[in-house]
Ligand binder design. Sequence first.
Ligand SMILES: [Zn+2]
Length: 134
Amino acid sequence: MDTMTKQERSRCMSQVKGKNTKLEIIFRRFIWKKGLSGYRLHAKLPGRPDLFFGPKRVAVFIDGCFWHKCPVCFKSPKTNKKFWNAKMRQNIERDLNSDIKLKEMGIEPIRFWGHEIKENIGSCYKKLRKTVDK
Ligand SMILES: [Zn+2]
């Protein structure tokens, strides 16, 4: 049974979206402090990477744990399972496809989970730096 009204659902979705944007800003601030810059935001590339380091050919994605079904945090929704599962499957498929397309273009995709940014931003930065400096 669907216990969420349409309105409630769209509010819920925008909250999730807003959270991702916040994580992106937190990450950007962190790497800026570390002196890492030279990226573009939401470049018109497959999957619309959050950050794109053009000359280095590195695309960064910060994936929301819920929407992209993080293996660590994901909890199956209790209501309207079919709807959510289809939605998430779409997201995951899109992620895989954009990774493949990016690689074909000679761009290396890096993905961080929301909880990684929240809990261990330092190691996310290190991973990114390593790839960018390659
Ligand atoms: Zn997670």
